[in-house]
Design a protein around this ligand. Structure first.
Ligand SMILES: [Zn+2]
Length: 414
């Protein structure tokens, strides 16, 4: 992992509100953001609409252990909004920086309230995670996207898997020093070539410089995502043709290769983009008959099957026929596949990436890493013989940029 804030030459006694929130267990372990903000500090106005997502959060945990973290004695009917018996997801929760330090769930509108001690360290019970609604939604998208490769979790609700991933990380971090106990996803880590992994890693100077804005931008609702992609498209040179080198066929076609291109075209309409790319690379004949042209790259971007972290393009705006023919949709897809952005040396077309998309990519990377590690440590068992499948990482080629966008010349179709 990277460095820590104190190693960056700053006042080692200074701590940001975000850092205090982490140490006291009232922060989102996924994004590192708080659930309440102090007004008039660092020019933040908590009432601004763009910050409202930070105040919307719930408690996630294991149903059998939830009541062990309740600090109030009054009986209350807790409502599990997860629609599953395997995992507990509370109603909207509430927290105040100037309050008692506990989290309230429910209220008069819900027939009473209960107060909870979140991220409580109890070796005999699973803990309770306070998580932003948007962080839960993004995490569930990543998990749902992974299910095609894990038959053992295909039937499990994404929330159940999310709870297992976080509980496992929390237990694994049990022996960390007090101030790092709740940092189960390495949110304090800092690398020289990237911005800090979370707002917790910002220095005092960076706070006063407004660097928190990127981390406090709504990662789910990014209204300028389509105009940004169009800007990338217009800044890219036209693609004359689909200019990938197509090798000449050297043998008679067989099996799938004998299907008429029109029929293959119809079949590909029902396949995910990554499967079409795989099919394209199976043989020289299929390279001819399953072309990865501009229409393919554009449609795959629009329907969300190519880049799972981008699902919300405005189709009416981005699908304009004027952009179909010569514009280089492949390079747009390749640039938007980036989820980590170096401070310097990044492609100039990504300089104006919207803060919300930047934050989404950051959170996606953090959770994707955690979920992949969980799967690697949890061998994939299936069938009655308990056979162990290949590790998750090896069965997920669609996340390998080289395999998706790699130079076709480097692939040797038969
Ligand atoms: Zn969050």
């Amino acid at each position: 992992m990277g460095n820590t804030p104190s190693s960056r030459g700053e006042d080692s006694n200074w701590k940001s509100d975000a850092r205090y929130a982490m140490e006291s267990g009232v922060f989102c372990v996924i994004c590192g953001g708080p659930f309440d903000m102090e007004g008039d500090v660092y020019n933040i106005d908590p009432k601004e609409e763009r910050y409202r997502w930070l105040f919307n959060f719930r408690l996630l945990g294991s149903p059998e252990h939830v009541l062990e973290h309740k600090v109030t004695s009054e009986e209350v009917d807790l409502i599990n909004t997860s629609r599953s018996e395997d995992v507990f997801l509370s109603e909207p929760a509430w927290f105040s920086m100037t309050g008692c330090g506990y989290i309230r769930v429910g209220g008069d509108a819900y027939g009473g309230d209960a107060w909870f001690d979140a991220l409580c360290d109890d070796s005999d019970a699973d803990t309770l995670f306070p998580l932003h609604d948007v962080c839960i939604k993004i995490s569930c998208r990543i998990i749902d996207n992974s299910k095609a490769n894990r038959t053992d979790i295909a039937q499990l609700p994404a929330l159940t898997v999310l709870n297992r991933v976080l509980q496992t990380r929390f237990r694994a971090n049990a022996h960390a020093p007090f101030e790092m106990r709740n940092d189960i996803l390495d949110l304090c880590a800092i690398w020289e070539e990237y911005l800090p992994r979370s707002v917790i890693g910002l220095t005092k100077l960076e706070w006063w410089g407004g660097e928190y804005e990127k981390y406090y931008a709504n990662p789910l609702n990014v209204p300028d995502i389509t105009s940004f992609a169009l800007g990338v498209l217009k800044a890219s040179p036209n693609r004359k043709h689909f200019d990938d080198c197509i090798p000449a066929t050297t043998r008679a076609p067989h099996s799938l290769e004998r299907l008429p291109p029109e029929l293959l075209d119809q079949i590909c309409n029902y396949l995910p983009a990554t499967s079409v790319i795989t099919l394209h690379r199976v043989s020289k004949t299929l390279t001819h008959n399953v072309p990865l042209d501009n229409t393919f790259w554009r449609n795959s971007l629009l329907n969300g099957s190519l880049l799972p972290h981008i699902w919300d393009f405005d189709k009416s705006e981005l699908g304009t026929p004027a952009f179909e023919t010569f514009s280089d949709w492949k390079i747009v897809a390749k640039l938007l596949a980036e989820r980590r952005f170096p401070i310097s040396g990044r492609d100039r077309r990504l300089e104006d990436i919207p803060n919300g998309l930047w934050n989404r990519c950051r959170i996606w990377s953090i959770m994707e890493e955690a979920i992949n590690l969980y799967f690697l440590d949890t061998p994939h068992k299936h069938g009655s013989n308990g056979a162990i499948d290949i590790p998750y990482q090896h069965s997920l080629p669609e996340h390998d940029e080289t395999l998706i966008f790699g130079d076709l010349d480097a692939v040797t179709p038969r």
